[in-house]
Design a protein around this ligand. Sequence first.
Ligand SMILES: [Zn+2]
Ligand SMILES: [Zn+2]
Length: 265
Amino acid sequence: MNMFLSILGSGAALPIGARRCSAQVLNVGGFKLLIDCAEATQDRIRYNHLKLQSLSTIVISHLHGDHFFGLPGLLSTMHLCGRTEPVFIAAPKGARQVIETTFELTGNHVGFPIEWHEMDFTDGEQRIFENQRCIVDAFPLDHSVPDYGFRITEKPRSPREPLVYAYCCDTAYDERLVEHLRGADLLCLECTFANDMEPLAAERKHLTAGQAGRLARLADVKQLLLTHISARYREDEPLIGQAREEFPNSILAADNMRIDIKKQN
Ligand SMILES: [Zn+2]
Ligand SMILES: [Zn+2]
C-alpha cells in the first residue's frame, strides 16, 4: 500500500456531533503529512494510532480556527513528550507570529526546532516541500483570508504512474482551480452547503455539493472526497446525491475514516 488518507476531522466551523473540524493525515509510503490542524487533532491522532512523534511535516491551508487552532496544543504536547527532532510547518504568513506569540505570552516552551515556510503568494503554484517520498505544491484559493490548496505527488517508486492527492479547503467556486487539480487520483474538496444555499456559499466563499462535483468533473479526477460538512447536515443526503449528479464517483468523509488511494481503471 503506497498512499492512504486518515480523516481526523470532517466538519465545518463547529466541532459538534460526530464531526470534528478539519485535519487529516496523508501517508505516502510511510511518510506522514498532517494537513490542517483544528482543535481536537491531537486527540484524533492518538485515537487513530498515528503516533504523534512520527509526524514531522505539517501544512496548514489557512488560519481560520477550524483549520489551525489545534496547532499550539499539538506542538506543546510534542514538547512535553520529549521531542527533540525538528518539525517543518508550511502555513500562510502570520502563522509563525501567532504560534511564537502564544508560546511567549503563555510561558510555554517548545524544545525542538520549528522550520517555517510561510506562504504569501496570490497566483500560480509553488513547491513548498519535497522529500524522497513526495512533493507538495501549493496554490491560492478564493476565501475570506489567505488560503492555499495542496497537490501532493508521490515520487515514482514502481513502473506505474505516481499517485496524486489534492486538497482544497475552504474556497469559493473558481474554475481556475481546475489546472491545479487535473487528473488527481483523489481530490478532497470542501462541501459546506447543499445546492439550495448557493448564494450563502458564494457570500461566505465556500462550495456547494454540486459545485464540488462540477470541479471534480472539469478536472477529470478519479475520485472525489467531500469534507468540511456543515453541522446542519446530519445525514449523507442531500450532499452526496447532489455531488454525484455532477460526478458519480464521489464519497463523503467521516471522522476516523481511512481511504486507500490507488490507481483506478
Ligand atoms: Zn473551514
Ligand atoms: Zn475558512
